[in-house]
Design a binder for this molecule. Structure first.
Ligand SMILES: [Zn+2]
Length: 271
């Protein structure tokens, strides 16, 4: 029996993607680093010097990280675009969308000195036009704001619906179920904002989840960009009853009759 695996021969993958680039990211990134885990952080390059205007009823003031603090904070993690100015995109023309996405991508690449290949839409409006703009601008995926409560990795990388938000009622069951599921290529994706952990007093709970992921030995920690590249490659592998052929430049992992196999780029094995 053949089973597809994640890098390192892991059965499952875990991903956290947080939006807006706020001060609580400092605490959260330190927590992820403590457990050797990676996340995806979606930033608005034009808002990095400004305070978020929203103030929660609890009195918590949400502030965005200035560029000089963000610059090295996300080392080892993915930086992705969350649009230039965080607009609600319903009714927005193509040219405007292209500017919001394209200029943010360019500015983040200049600031961080690395390629930015991911996009997460601001707010909850998403459309085919936004997805198409992201594709044409060279993004490798576009994440929308829907939830799926599913461990199946995304089929459409340009309409990527999250697993769950940690502020939603189903969050705990979803995460707990992930630790027990045996689905092939199971993915636990959590979307939100690090300030939600303040609002929900969830820091200890989140640290507990991160430590369980780190200690499981069976879960790969991956950014969205890493997931997309890996999924594309493993889904393109040619599998017959006689051979497995890796036609990508990515090392692929399988379990065959209980044995873990790594298939190097462009390699083929007879089975
Ligand atoms: Zn946002």
């Amino acid at each position: 029996m053949l089973r597809k695996l994640y890098p390192g021969g892991k059965k499952k993958a875990f991903n956290i993607t947080y939006d807006d680039g706020v001060y609580q990211d400092v605490r959260f990134v330190m927590l992820m680093n403590k457990y050797g885990l990676k996340g995806t952080f979606n930033l608005n390059s034009a808002l990095m010097e400004q305070e978020f205007t929203w103030q929660h009823e609890s009195g918590l003031r949400i502030r965005r990280l200035p560029a000089e603090l963000a610059l090295h904070l996300y080392d080892g993690h993915e930086v992705a675009s969350h649009s230039l100015t965080h607009p609600y995109m319903e009714g927005m023309g193509e040219e405007h969308i292209m500017y919001e996405l394209g200029h943010d991508k360019w500015q983040l690449e200049q600031l961080f000195g690395r390629e930015v290949t991911g996009f997460a839409v601001p707010f909850d409006y998403f459309s085919d036009l936004i997805a198409d703009c992201a594709k044409r601008l060279g993004f490798e995926y576009a994440r929308c704001s829907e939830e799926r409560y599913s461990y199946q990795p995304p089929e459409n990388y340009y309409h990527w619906a999250a697993g769950t938000y940690h502020i939603m009622p189903g969050f705990r069951d979803f995460v707990e179920g992930f630790f027990h599921t045996d689905e092939e290529l199971a993915l636990c994706q959590i979307v939100g904002h690090s300030y939600d952990l303040d609002l929900g007093s969830m820091w200890d709970e989140m640290e507990n989840i991160l430590s369980r992921v780190a200690e499981s030995g069976d879960i790969a920690s991956m950014t969205n960009a890493e997931l997309v590249r890996y999924l594309r490659a493993i889904r393109a592998a040619e599998i017959s009853d006689k051979y497995i052929r890796n036609s990508s430049d990515t090392e692929l992992w399988f379990e065959l009759e209980g044995k873990i196999i790594a298939l190097k780029a462009y390699e083929e094995i007879i089975i």
